[in-house]
Design a binder for this molecule. Structure first.
Ligand code: DCP
Ligand code: MG
Ligand code: MN
Length: 344
């Protein structure tokens, strides 16, 4: 199948092995990165194994599963636990995980601060070890708990219901939709993803729209902080990231993303920003297998990638479809799935 299927649940050992892999991934040592990489290989091999593993020799006979992994699988199956996980869950892993919860902080910054001697969020607030946060990280630290908690679906709707009419008051022909986990029908949302575009049949566009909308949302007390601002508001394709809240006493800060796209690429943008990310990966893989290339702008053919680095395109290719989600599904031979069905 082209989506994630129930193979996952067959191997009871996978969650623990994944947890161990995550711990190794979260460390700096080159040794740990190799371990994480090798666990990745064995986890994939185990996942593809068609039967539930029941013995050491059965595990050992799977290509890609070595002696040590086979022993770990047996430990998980017989005790339900993996002692190595507790041993690897060291201070540096816990602290850098905490630090990476700050918006704008990645692994290397987290380790730099750990090496400088900081261990808690208060250490960072007090600039312990001379650590220095940029302005986005300061906001991330200030609103750490808000940013790291999800909002009920009803709150995402309430905020969106305030924003949509304000946008339409600037231009009644705008297409304004809420995407991401909300469009997939989830009961809680990590952030609010808003897609904006506009038909071009009257020779007008939404160019500069965010430059007019954001000040209104700030004035209304809805947008409270900016995290990332588009380089050029005149572009039809813009990304804005910030914090927002319901303009009432006691409301929490919520993450919000605005995405504007050209009218022609609305289908591809709907598809991409609806997700989820695992579904998107499956769709991209399907596209690649059929010789296409899929991104938030459209489905392309004839894209030539750099043999040394497949992220680099030597040729942009030819657009095949981008206006509707349906035609992209159809060309990729994927049965239509409603947003709420597009889940891992
Ligand atoms: N997306 C993706 N790959 C990424 C990030 C995002 O394909 N690395 C796409 C799929 C997501 C969509 O963008 O569904 C929106 O991104 P979010 O990070 O807002 O994720 P969700 O809205 O799906 O979940 P959450 O409720 O956590 O915000
Ligand atoms: Mg989201
Ligand atoms: Mn988002």
């Amino acid at each position: 199948g082209w989506t994630c299927d129930s193979k996952e649940s067959r191997q009871l050992s996978i969650p623990k092995l994944q947890e161990l892999q995550e711990l190794h991934k979260a460390k700096v040592g080159e040794e740990d990165h190799w371990r994480a990489y090798s666990y990745n290989k064995s986890i994939r091999a185990i996942r593809n194994y068609p039967k539930r593993i029941r013995s050491y020799s059965e595990a050992r006979n799977i290509p890609g599963v070595g002696d040590k992994t086979a022993l770990k699988i047996m430990e998980i199956l017989s005790t339900g636990d993996l002692r190595r996980i507790n041993y690897e869950r060291t201070d540096d892993v816990e602290v850098t995980r905490l630090f990476q919860g700050i918006y704008g902080v990645g692994q290397s910054t987290a380790f730099k601060w750990y090496a400088a001697g900081s261990r808690t969020l208060d250490d960072l607030r007090n600039q312990k070890g001379g650590v220095c946060l940029n302005s986005v990280q300061v906001i991330g630290l200030q609103h750490y708990d808000d940013i790291n908690s999800r909002m009920p679906r009803s709150e995402a709707k309430a905020i969106f219901d305030l924003i949509k009419p304000l946008a339409l008051s600037l231009d009644p022909r705008l297409f304004v939709e809420i995407m991401g986990s909300y469009r997939r029908g989830k009961l809680d949302c990590g952030d609010i993803d808003i897609l904006i575009t506009r038909p071009i049949d009257d020779d007008k566009t939404h160019s500069g729209l965010l430059a007019r909308l954001l000040p209104i949302l700030r004035k209304e007390g809805i947008i409270t902080e900016d995290l990332a601002i588009p380089g050029d508001f005149k572009e039809l394709e813009c990304v804005y990231r910030g914090l927002c809240r319901l303009p009432q006493e006691g409301s929490r800060r919520r993450r919000i993303d605005f995405l504007t796209v050209p009218w022609e690429s609305r289908g591809a943008a709907l598809l991409y920003y609806t997700g989820d990310d695992i579904f998107n990966r499956a769709m991209r893989l399907k596209a690649n297998k059929m010789g296409y290339s899929l991104n938030q702008r459209g489905l392309f053919t004839g894209v030539v990638r750099d043999p040394r680095d497949s992220r680099i395109k030597n040729n942009e290719g030819t657009l095949v479809a981008s206006e509707t989600e349906q035609e992209i599904f159809r060309i990729l031979n994927v049965p239509w799935q409603e947003p709420h069905e597009r889940i891992r």
